[in-house]
Design a protein around this ligand. Structure first.
Ligand code: DQA
Length: 148
């Protein structure tokens, strides 16, 4: 089972960026933690981060051809307005789980709306870095349920 983990814009700034909201650990720390969790679960993963919408779209379009069965994605601010990202998710056959480090529903009004969540199988928000591990468990169960 191969799962793609995508982090969108500004998530390369983790550790430096608003530590009161996103914590003091870096993207590398996050990816190392996800890697460790995936090994325990027996799932193969690749982590990808970009600040560019087009690079995220390309990665999503190619995911199935690259052998991935599901995508865990934190689209960052694109969550709230990128119809292109939403259309990319709709255009592929893979399940996507949306993750947010912070609780987007407890922050500014504009963060409560996600254009990508309705085309994802679910959203995890507010559990810090652990949300990605939760998503890995959820994706594994989801994919197992789809096996024939
Ligand atoms: C975020 C929440 C978004 O509103 C914000 O723009 C981010 C990070 C989160 O992980 O909590 O960049 O996706």
């Amino acid at each position: 089972m191969k799962i793609l983990v995508i982090n969108g814009p500004n998530l390369n700034m983790l550790g430096k960026r608003e530590p009161g909201i996103y914590g003091s650990q870096s993207l590398k720390d996050l990816e190392n933690g996800i890697m460790e969790a995936s090994e325990k679960l027996g799932v193969e993963i690749k982590c990808f981060q970009s600040n560019y919408e087009g690079a995220l779209l390309d990665e999503i379009h190619q995911a199935a051809d690259n052998g991935f069965e599901g995508i865990i994605m934190n689209p960052g601010a694109f969550t709230h307005y990128s119809i292109a990202l939403r259309d990319a998710i709709s255009s592929i056959d893979l399940p996507v789980i949306e993750v947010h480090i912070s609780n987007v529903h407890a922050r500014e009004e504009f963060r409560k709306h996600s254009v990508t969540a309705p085309v994802s199988i679910g959203q995890i928000s507010g559990f810090g870095f652990y949300g990605y591990e939760m998503a890995l468990h959820a994706m594994k169960e989801y994919l197992k349920g789809r096996e024939v």
